[in-house]
Design a protein around this ligand. Structure first.
Ligand SMILES: NC(=O)c1ccc[n+]([C@@H]2O[C@H](COP(=O)([O-])OP(=O)(O)OC[C@H]3O[C@@H](n4cnc5c(N)ncnc54)[C@H](OP(=O)(O)O)[C@@H]3O)[C@@H](O)[C@H]2O)c1
Length: 329
């Protein structure tokens, strides 16, 4: 049983922020695994190591953080482990994370989200508690920021949750509107939004395992769809899925997209597209299309987050950005 007093609550909350930031930096790089971060704290609450799961097949966040602590010669001081997602208790491509934790000197574990898989949820936390560790979920901590951090942890794994529970990717629908409410850029231009909005768009792409578009957008703009305005740690190819029943997308565009690193596919209908993406482990898809396909996704009520960027009617003024998030609603 635990003999030391718990780490101060402010230090746990600060450790959570660091672990969430570490995980967030790899959102979009870990599929079909979720992004996860882990911080190792000493008894006074100092962060000894903070690491993230970086790609499927690589070390899980807990094992990575404990390894860094060990390499730095600090592992004997490990007291509390902070993990943004409940540690797994089953053998996957890597050994169960609960075993790595039990093999460390850690006495307490603080967890962000429960494992969304209904077949195993609660098992990791329960196994650690049975072994005598002091286990708690961040949402249950007595701290003014605890509920907010719990929500952030849930949001971070929402694409993984949607994929595991509903069998389809999390769908982010991005739409840019001109000052007069249209979606079509002025003649000769491919975009009309500000630099800040373009950075936002590239951050959304970075998070996604697939970009979904329609043939109309490709014929009008031939977009690159690459991540250029945000750091992108993804190593696996990103999918570019094009709805194109009439097969109007030029072969030269498909070849160029493949040479930019995309795994390209053409599709005939939205349900089959989503099934195909889910089967290939796509947790999140960013839909970047014109008004025709956008209307089809909206009519089918197929979206989890809507990002609407509105150009200001007054030139030089910043765009306004509206984000509707179904998880937050
Ligand atoms: N402002 C923005 O956010 C934004 C973003 C992207 C593009 N755009 C602009 O949008 C314009 C192009 O508009 P768009 O409406 O033609 O492009 P789109 O929505 O990207 O593509 C439309 C095409 O998608 C195909 N499609 C396949 N399945 C569909 C389904 N279930 N429902 C609807 N369509 C389906 C259709 O071709 P098939 O019938 O052959 O399948 C249809 O012609 C361009 O001017 C571009 O600049 C604006």
């Amino acid at each position: 049983m635990t003999t030391c007093p718990p780490v101060p609550a402010d230090a746990v909350i600060d450790g959570f922020r660091q672990a969430l930031a570490a995980a967030e930096a790899f959102a979009g790089a870990t599929a079909p695994n979720p992004p996860v971060g882990c911080a190792v704290l000493d008894a006074q609450g100092a962060v000894l190591a903070c690491e993230a799961h970086q790609r499927a097949g690589g070390l899980h966040a807990e094992a990575a953080a404990l390894a860094v602590g060990r390499e730095a010669g600090l592992i004997d001081r490990a007291h509390t482990l902070i993990v943004t997602l409940e540690p797994c208790n089953h053998q996957g491509r890597t050994p169960p994370c609960v075993e790595a934790i039990l093999a460390s000197p850690a006495k307490a574990v603080r967890i962000g989200s429960r494992d969304p898989n209904p077949a195993v949820t609660g098992e990791g936390g329960a196994r650690l508690a049975r072994a005598g560790l002091d286990v708690a979920f961040v949402g249950d901590l007595d701290h003014r920021d605890a509920a907010d951090l719990s929500r952030q942890a849930d949001r971070l794994v929402a694409p993984f949750t949607t994929w595991s529970v509903h069998g389809r990717p999390w769908l982010t629908l991005k739409q840019a509107l001109t000052a007069d409410g249209g979606m079509v850029p002025p003649a000769g231009a491919k975009t009309f939004t500000s630099q800040a909005s373009l950075v936002l768009a590239h951050r959304l792409r970075r998070r996604a395992d697939a970009v979904v578009t329609g043939s109309g957008t490709i014929l009008a703009d031939a977009p690159l769809f690459t991540v250029r305005r945000a750091p992108d740690p993804r190593q696996a190819p990103r999918r570019l899925a094009i709805l194109d029943r009439r097969r109007r997308t030029p072969a030269s565009y498909l070849d160029a997209a493949r040479s930019r690193g995309f795994e390209v596919s053409l599709h005939d209908d939205i349900p089959a597209l989503l099934a195909d993406l889910a089967a290939s482990g796509v947790l999140e898809a960013l839909i970047e299309c014109g008004p025709t396909l956008l209307e089809a996704f909206l009519a089918a009520d197929l979206w989890d987050e809507r990002v609407t960027i509105r150009q200001s009617p007054r030139p030089g003024e910043p765009d306004t950005v509206e984000i509707l998030d179904r998880l937050a609603a």
